[in-house]
Design a protein. Structure first.
Length: 931
């Protein structure tokens, strides 16, 4: 049954329960009525719904408008046919399609887990203990927690009535966008362009590119607030905003898009993908599909922390790169992006699909209007001279106006009293010129210390974190003016900073968070470090302790729960506590030693890389000198491994090489062998086959100096693979056989090479048409399967099986490809979940061949296109050559010799360039078909 009133403007909470459990509903309602009294929610009990013929449609109508649903699960609830057949499925669908928050609560013992529809849900309480088995106090605490969950969720949704009952109102989450000034000037053209673009549906992405402080974020926020919000967001199904700027723009900081991707997937309704171990690229592509299939509005603010200015401004985060490239290709709604630098991934798309707008500084007239808004005195000529002097930079003019108003009663002629900075050759220099004046103005006052504190952070600041800095012995020049400050004077200082635009306006849903423009934060942070390094380090040390203690669990389970630990690393390293942060936080609580929990279980490659960057003075070249030599080598290798897994292959070469040199110098033969092996695999992936062979021989020699048998076996297989790619198949097979004999001697119970070495051996055997031997081998692998086996190993076993069945059917001409299709599909899915992008093309290429020989050309193109895009993006030259060969075969199968010849020539060029002579026979066969 249900508990709801008629639909109102407020978000609605739907309570699904059996009448036999009315007492539990009555226990819950007092906790929710607090929210009702403050006009936050609307609800009632089901007695208000009419019990006439319209009763069932009325219930469904209420569900269709629900923002939150609470289900009180009991034996009586599960025995209700109406609930199980109509009400509960409707709630599950509402959660799936519209992102409604669903809270199933077990109120009394019952077999709830017998229902698949509930087994796939997050049940409450978290330990699934029925409420009936708790005492009254614990029950009240639980219901209070539920009400708190509802309250926090409703801060993310829009409460406007839909225009008509024919569709749902927009669901909106914009609380991750920074606050900006309420007024903008001189942007009428850009505002009109945004509105026209939204209404026309002709453009997929609009990007605004401009230096920091030009007003990109203010423009987009103004459009959302003044042009969209009052019109139900133009009929958008969902509106989602996220800002990356808070992660900093310094080269020393490595931003990650993982939290954004996770939050967006959940907001747009795919919690299963968010919880999965799929690769970052796959998650980004899935999110693009979710967003692009409907009239959604996505706002991505401050993308530049995710871009690499040293690599043509490419997006470093694979998930965000996949999201934007897919949305650029197809999007029924609109994505609006702001960045300080152009976005390389968007360049190939037409002007109709992607509009790239270079946002200019303010015109003389617009700048004059801005200054007039601050009640600056002077005639138009004088004001325009000031605008010209500051190049129309929006933030600089705002700060100049506020300073002139405060210090010189608004007399623009006295701006010459503000000393100029000596270095004016960087973006934001005019704004920093005024910040320096404010620094002198606020000397000895609480306002300056608040600004210095904001400079300690790389994102908006919680008041609780500021309290952590203020706790303890006052820090001279940083907290000594704040520790004894009364609450009234504290609020006055904040008000003063907001009045002069050094602090952003307070947000209603984040009243306990302080924020400022990133240029302001960067300036005052740099100044604190330059002038008061002792206070800088002590404050970061206090923040390190604060964030270390913040997680409720010693070993957090999710990326969200892990976030305080990542922040602790940033502050710990800033405090000079590199060794402590590495040992106590990164290795003990994040990676959990050799478990590599954050990597294998959470797939948090980007967050891990950002954490590792904190231990470097110069990523990825110079680890902190406070770390010991062996630790520096391990860090270099860890950074390189993460870079490689993220598809940033070229960047990973230098830290791999540096870690190898350090391990050799320390005569650490085991790690040296591992690092040389990594370089072998990396160079092979990049198509540097001759270098791969050199490192392959080196890793074998180094392994033989150690007493690690597994390293000796594994390194022989990677050298064997490199030799095979160079065309030396016989030498490669001999080394594989030698490694397998060593494996047999070392582990008689597992006499075959398994895992990645086993796959590589099977791959070569298939070149010799030994498909029956491969089938026998992989069957053994499945017999040996353990729960702890890595996802990659399982996926590669399925790939070997699929390829063997495909080769067998083609050779024996039996025509039944059912088994090949089954295992190749499992392989591709598994490779996606494993998350390593440099292996995914293997599965896509094999499945594309299956689709081609079964005349399913559309699906063959789909897999080939994905493999080719991935290979060219991350630079895997051998896979790129394989893609071109497969394209040649596919076009020949359709009788298109012109395109077939084009891809053949491309493949031939890559094979010649890289020495990929394993494919020489393929070239010969295709050349004869083309002639």
């Amino acid at each position: 049954m249900s508990a709801m009133k008629n639909i109102t403007k407020k978000p609605t909470v739907f309570i699904s329960y059996s009448h036999a459990d009315e007492k539990w509903k009555d226990r819950l309602l007092p906790h929710l009525r607090t929210l009702e009294q403050y006009d936050i929610i609307s609800f009632s009990d089901d007695r208000i719904v009419n019990t006439n013929d319209e009763w069932v449609p009325a219930i469904h109508n209420v569900i269709d408008y629900a923002t939150v649903a609470i289900c009180l699960i009991s034996a009586d609830y599960l025995s209700s046919r109406f609930i199980i057949e109509q009400e509960l499925p409707a709630l599950i669908e509402r959660r799936r399609s519209m992102g409604m928050l669903l809270l199933p609560i077990i109120v009394s013992p019952c077999i709830w887990n017998s229902l698949p529809i509930l087994r796939s849900s997050q049940m409450e309480p978290p330990n699934t203990t029925p409420l009936a088995l708790m005492d009254d106090l614990d029950q009240d605490q639980f219901f209070a927690n539920i009400a708190n969950t509802v309250y926090h969720r409703l801060g993310e949704v829009n409460t406007t009535l839909p225009k008509s009952s024919s569709r749902s109102y927009s669901i909106v989450s914009l609380n991750k966008l920074p606050a900006t000034p309420r007024h903008i000037f001189g942007r009428a053209t850009e505002l009109a362009l945004l509105s026209k673009t939204w209404e026309s549906h002709d453009t997929n992405i609009v990007s605004f590119i401009a230096w920091g402080g030009t007003g990109k974020t203010s423009l987009v926020n103004y459009w959302l607030t003044h042009h969209m919000a009052h019109n139900d967001y133009g009929g958008a199904a969902r509106v989602f905003g996220w800002s990356f700027y808070s992660q900093g723009t310094s080269d020393k900081r490595q931003a990650s898009g993982e939290q954004f991707i996770d939050s967006a997937l959940r907001f747009f309704g795919d919690t299963e993908m968010a919880d999965s171990n799929a690769s970052a690229w796959s998650k980004g592509a899935a999110l693009a599909h979710l967003i692009g299939q409907n009239n959604n509005l996505l706002i991505l603010d401050g993308l530049e922390p995710l871009q690499d200015p040293h690599d043509l401004n490419r997006i470093k985060d694979p998930a965000v790169a996949a999201l934007l490239t897919n949305l650029a290709a197809f999007n029924k709604g609109l994505c609006v992006v702001t960045s300080r630098i152009g976005i390389k991934e968007l360049e190939p798309f037409s002007e109709s699909a992607v509009k790239n707008i270079l946002l200019e500084n303010l015109s003389l007239d617009a700048g004059t209007k801005l200054m007039r808004k601050w009640r600056i005195e002077g005639d138009d000529t004088e004001l325009k001279e000031a605008v010209s002097e500051y190049n129309g930079h929006a933030l600089a003019l705002t700060l100049l106006s506020s300073y002139i108003r405060t210090a010189y009663a608004g007399d623009i002629r006295k701006r010459d009293r503000i000393p100029h900075l000596t270095d004016e050759m960087y973006q934001g220099a005019h704004a920093k010129h005024v910040m320096a004046a404010y620094e002198r103005w606020f000397k000895g006052k609480p306002e300056l210390q608040i600004l210095y504190i904001l400079g300690l952070f790389d994102r908006p600041v919680e008041l609780a974190a500021i309290d952590a800095i203020k706790t303890g012995v006052p820090l001279e020049g940083l907290t000594d003016n704040l520790t004894s400050l009364s609450q009234d004077k504290w609020l006055f200082a904040l008000k003063h900073l907001r009045e002069v635009s050094l602090l952003l306006p307070s947000e209603q849903d984040s009243p306990y968070v302080l924020d400022c423009h990133p240029l302001i934060r960067e300036y005052f942070g740099d100044r604190l470090k330059e002038t008061n390094e002792s206070a800088w380090q002590q404050a970061h040390s206090r923040l390190y302790e604060y964030f270390c203690d913040l997680p409720q669990k010693q070993l957090p389970d999710t990326i969200e729960e892990m976030t305080p630990l990542y922040r602790a690393i940033y502050h710990g390293c800033a405090a000079g506590l590199h060794q402590q942060a590495l040992k106590d936080i990164y290795w003990s609580r994040i990676t959990r030693g050799n478990q590599y929990y954050s990597f294998h279980k959470l797939g948090a490659l980007g967050s891990d890389l950002a954490a590792v960057a904190c231990f470097f003075d110069t990523p990825w070249h110079t680890p902190s000198p406070t770390l010991t030599g062996p630790v520096q080598a391990l860090l270099l290798n860890s950074a390189a491994f993460n870079l490689r897994a993220l598809g940033r292959l070229a960047e990973s070469a230098q830290p791999f090489k540096a870690s190898l040199d350090m391990a050799i110098a320390a005569k650490d033969w085991i790690n040296a062998a591992r690092f040389a092996n990594n370089l072998n695999e990396l160079n092979l992936t990049l198509g540097n086959i001759s270098d791969a062979i050199i490192y392959g021989k080196q890793c074998v020699d180094l392994a033989d100096k150690s007493d690690d048998t597994f390293e000796k076996i594994g390194n022989r297989t990677t050298l064997a693979n490199a030799l095979a790619q160079a065309g030396n198949l016989d030498d490669g097979l001999k080394l594989f056989a030698e490694a397998e004999q060593m494996q047999r001697d070392h582990q008689p119970e597992f006499p075959l090479l398994y895992g990645l070495p086993g796959y590589l051996y099977c791959d070569l055997l298939l070149d010799r048409s030994e498909y029956n031997q491969v089938l026998d081998r992989v069957k053994k692998f499945f017999e040996w399967r353990m729960d702890s086996d890595p996802l990659l190993a399982i996926a590669l076993d399925n790939l070997s099986l699929g390829c063997a069945f495909l080769r067998k059917k083609l050779t024996e001409n039996t025509g039944d490809f059912t088994e090949a299709a089954e295992y190749l599909n499992l392989a591709v899915d598994g490779l996606r979940k494993a998350g390593t992008q440099d292996h995914l093309p293997r599965g896509l290429l094999a499945r594309a061949q299956l689709y081609r020989v079964t005349n399913n050309f559309i699906l063959a193109y789909r897999d080939l296109d994905e493999a080719y895009a991935l290979s060219t993006r991350i630079g895997t030259k051998l896979f790129e050559a394989d893609c071109c060969l497969k394209y040649t075969c596919l076009y020949l199968a359709q009788g298109d010799t012109d395109n077939a010849r084009k891809y053949f020539e491309q493949a031939e060029a890559i094979i010649t360039e890289t020495g990929y002579h394993r494919r020489d026979k393929d070239l010969t066969d295709l050349r004869s078909k083309l002639t």
